[in-house]
Design a protein around this ligand. Sequence first.
Ligand SMILES: [Zn+2]
Length: 133
Amino acid sequence: MFWTGGKTIYNKDELTTMVHNTIEYYEEDNKRIGEINKKLKEDAEGVVRAEYEQRIARLEEKLRLSYGEFATQKEKDAYDDFEQRHMHERATMKAQGGKCPYLIPTGTGIGTNLKVVCPICGESEDITDLEAW
Ligand SMILES: [Zn+2]
């Protein structure tokens, strides 16, 4: 390398080295950008996963609430079964003035005891799913 009137002149070897350095620089840069992209992608996946987990938790809560007083599907099934057995010529159908069997939940400290009562014949049944306690 030498100077000619303020202009730098490079010889072939110097130019080759410069080109190689430039290539190396861009390869390093490319690698660095690739790692950043990978990290961003992982972070984004984490965010998306967290969002879905929240959404699932909300749906589970909604589903639990849609059971009403029921703590588990087993209790809901027991209720449906009781309702089926106490149709009384279909007079207990929900469509007929809401005369469906009603529930009496009783808090016991360790869980909620659930009793279902038929409004027509007065028969009652404990449908508590103790496995949920
Ligand atoms: Zn009944």
